[in-house]
Design a protein around this ligand. Sequence first.
Ligand SMILES: C[S@@+](CC[C@H](N)C(=O)[O-])C[C@H]1O[C@@H](n2cnc3c(N)ncnc32)[C@H](O)[C@@H]1O
Length: 265
Amino acid sequence: MSQPIDSANRIEFRHLIADRIAAHPQQRVTFKTFMEWVLYEPTLGYYAANRQKIGAGGDFVTSPHLSADFGELLAEQFLDLWRSLARPNLFQVVEMGAGQGLIAADVLKYLERTQKSTASDYAAFWQALEYIIIEKSPVLISEQQNALKTFVEIERKLTWRTWEEMPDESIVGCFFSNELVDAFPVHRIEIQAGQLQEVYVASSESDPTQFVEVVSSPSTPELQSYLDELGVDLSTYEDGYRSEINLETFSWLETVAKKSVRATC
Ligand SMILES: C[S@@+](CC[C@H](N)C(=O)[O-])C[C@H]1O[C@@H](n2cnc3c(N)ncnc32)[C@H](O)[C@@H]1O
């Protein structure tokens, strides 16, 4: 069972959101902004609050909670990539959004174990390996640092970085994530009379700390461009049809591409 969110925090958080909405020129924010606050607001947000979220005692589980196989298979994939890059002396694995650090633990434990075997080139791969975590939630960073102490202090294989601390075109290796992109805040859209509309969040008139949806014209032309690019014909959708658009994925992919060393052929 997950611990209930402390009710004083819950009330404080509702007031904070209500104040921000009231300060907004149209007294409403996009669902994306609302989702960003609710998930990532320091101390109060879902991923920032100090309570168990992921795992058997939390709200949801992910593949690494089921067994170490997932991380171990990934480790073998990283080894294959290193081989196909002609065994560079430094191979960096960048995990983005590491949760409780379970995948990192499974990958590193497996490679630490196999490097001691006589099998082919595991030892050389272990030498070349540097594991980097990029994590948005400070609470989860400290959980990860606790769980992965050995690989920081003794093995010196693991570090935490921000994108800003990572120079452009610096990474030789592999960027990966598990269940990250669906944690990005999304715009919610609604179709009305064949036209694109967006879902906003506003305060209820009777109690500003209760939130209501408002449907209005899109906050950004990028939403329509996204649908145009996919060739979506809005006239074929019924009134009230809703979906989500995850625009953050694009800037995230651009960042990842920018940080990778360009291959020269
Ligand atoms: C659903 S959890 C998945 C955790 C882990 N990968 C797993 O499979 O158990 C999403 C994770 O991504 C992190 N996260 C969300 N947005 C992020 C961002 N923009 N950059 C880095 N981490 C992010 C969250 O704090 C959390 O650790």
